[in-house]
Design a binder for this molecule. Structure first.
Ligand SMILES: [Ca+2]
Ligand SMILES: [Ca+2]
Ligand SMILES: [Ca+2]
Ligand SMILES: [Ca+2]
Length: 472
């Protein structure tokens, strides 16, 4: 997932902590410490513009919340310079330094027992997708002479769910679980408890997106947001169908590419849905024509640096027939294609063989869905020469002319492809590194025709965090 912020390196964190402040706004942490006077070295770390943004006992200084100190805790720390009135957020660096030095000079802390809990995953103020599993983790800790872990546990809640999870591993003092959350702004709290006593607590704010970007083709793809190439530029056929979908190929057209330029897909993880219909009838749905069709189509994400590179690649290095318009080939002057990192999910409705003069051999004679990478149709998609991974599945009903819901999930090196909510491909590609890039569809036919249609692209690759007041 995309994180809004990253933890500080350990060295930086240490030195900043000595100064009594942490610069990072996340992950947010908090402690309830017993029998202690207010501790200047425990700021809430929240980003702020004014005092009202900070917790009680803190003021806004240098853009972050810092403890409000009313008394010098040691005799040699000098006068306290933290003003009582609202300071200028950008003009009060001095009190921050003073507060920290006071602590350093205060000598060893009193021998007290205190407990802490720190939510380490997900990050405070990060965005995620609703109804997809999200991993939560918190680290419990304790110091002091009378630490007692008996009957201790961690209870997780949101503002609307009284018990998200309860549990604590007493070996690692980690509390971890996975769950999905509903859409909207969510405050998730972890409480370190013993019986009804709250030993420590921490909270994070999350934003859960309900939808990804939906490209529903209710209107014709506009040229600013989309790049299309039909029959290698030899056709002016409108691939948009007024019923609100895209007809990539039909009984005449042999090659089409349609790429979304509105934005590029983020590297990392990806979740994506699309509807597809392949068959012999001009209208999607039941179709009694039993004749054979070819060749198929593919969803591709090419990691190229700009639109010009993408267009050059598609115009010069793709072809019709069994290549499905994504397998990169030599251009008209026989120049080889550039090396490109790419992800492809093909919907292959025609069996090809090297011995027939095709540039590859399909892994099965049956219609199939297959994962390929880097503009190649090699079955082994793990670039590591020491391991071989193939991800494909026979799908006998692929050409039934009906709409099918396809789902693609890339989570690290794990890939899952579903069709009509059934998992048809799942596997791990150890050396896979999803680079993101331009998302598109290519579709081809050859000697045999096929209607090949797509609709309702939904892309869930990034959910930006939103503050509660901005959230719907
Ligand atoms: Ca539609
Ligand atoms: Ca094929
Ligand atoms: Ca194939
Ligand atoms: Ca390999």
């Amino acid at each position: 997932m995309t994180f809004q912020c990253r933890p500080l390196g350990p060295l930086l964190y240490l030195s900043v902590a000595l100064l009594g402040l942490a610069l990072s706004a996340c992950p947010k942490s908090g402690n309830i410490e017993e029998e202690r006077t207010p501790q200047p070295e425990t700021p809430s770390e929240a980003v702020c513009a004014q005092n009202a943004d900070c917790a009680s006992g803190e003021i806004c200084g240098g853009g972050i919340c810092i403890p409000f100190v009313t008394e010098a805790p040691s005799i040699d720390a000098g006068p306290n310079t933290v003003p009582l009135s609202t300071p200028d957020a950008g003009a009060a660096p001095q009190p921050v330094t003073d507060a920290g030095i006071q602590v350093v000079d205060a000598g060893p802390p009193a021998p007290i027992t205190s407990y802490g809990i720190d939510i380490t995953s997900p990050y405070h103020q990060s965005g995620h997708f609703a109804n997809a599993a999200l991993r939560f983790s918190a680290q419990a800790s304790a110091t002091g002479p009378d630490v007692d872990w008996s009957n201790a546990t961690v209870t997780w809640t949101t503002e609307t769910q009284a018990n998200l999870y309860t549990g604590l591993d007493t070996g690692t003092f980690l509390s971890s679980f996975s769950t999905s959350l509903p859409s909207g702004h969510q405050v998730v709290s972890a409480r370190l408890m013993r019986g009804t006593e709250v030993l420590a607590t921490d909270s994070i704010s999350l934003y859960m997106c309900e939808h990804g970007i939906l490209l529903d083709f209710s209107e014709a793809p506009d040229e600013e947001s989309w790049y299309s190439l039909v029959d290698r530029g030899n056709s002016s056929r409108n691939i948009w169908h007024s019923d609100g979908y895209v007809e990539m190929t039909n009984y005449l057209s042999q090659h089409a590419a349609l790429f979304y330029l509105g934005r590029t897909i983020h590297p990392g993880d990806l979740r994506m849905n699309v509807r597809v219909s392949l068959g012999q009838c001009s209208t999607p749905g039941p179709c009694t024509s039993g004749s054979d069709g070819a060749d198929g189509f593919a969803i591709s994400i090419f990691d190229v640096s700009n639109e010009a590179s993408l267009k050059s690649l598609i115009e010069n290095h793709t072809s019709n027939g069994g290549t499905l318009g994504f397998m990169l080939v030599n251009d008209a002057e026989n120049n080889p294609p550039p090396a490109v990192e790419a992800f492809h999910l093909e919907f292959d409705t025609y069996y090809n063989q090297l011995s027939w003069g095709h540039p590859h051999t399909d892994p099965t004679t049956q219609d199939h869905i297959q994962v390929h990478i880097n503009g190649s149709m090699d079955d082994d998609i793990d670039v590591d020469p020491n391991s071989e991974v193939e991800l494909w599945a026979e799908v006998p009903g692929l050409r039934d002319n009906e709409w099918h819901d396809i789902g693609v999930v890339i989570a690290g090196t794990e890939m899952t492809v579903t069709m009509d909510d059934e998992v048809i491909i799942t596997g791990n590609v150890p050396s896979f590194d999803f680079k993101g890039g331009y998302l598109g569809v290519t579709s081809t036919t050859g000697g045999l025709f096929s209607y090949q249609r797509i609709d309702d692209f939904e892309i869930f690759d990034n959910c930006p965090y939103q503050d509660p007041e901005e959230s719907p």
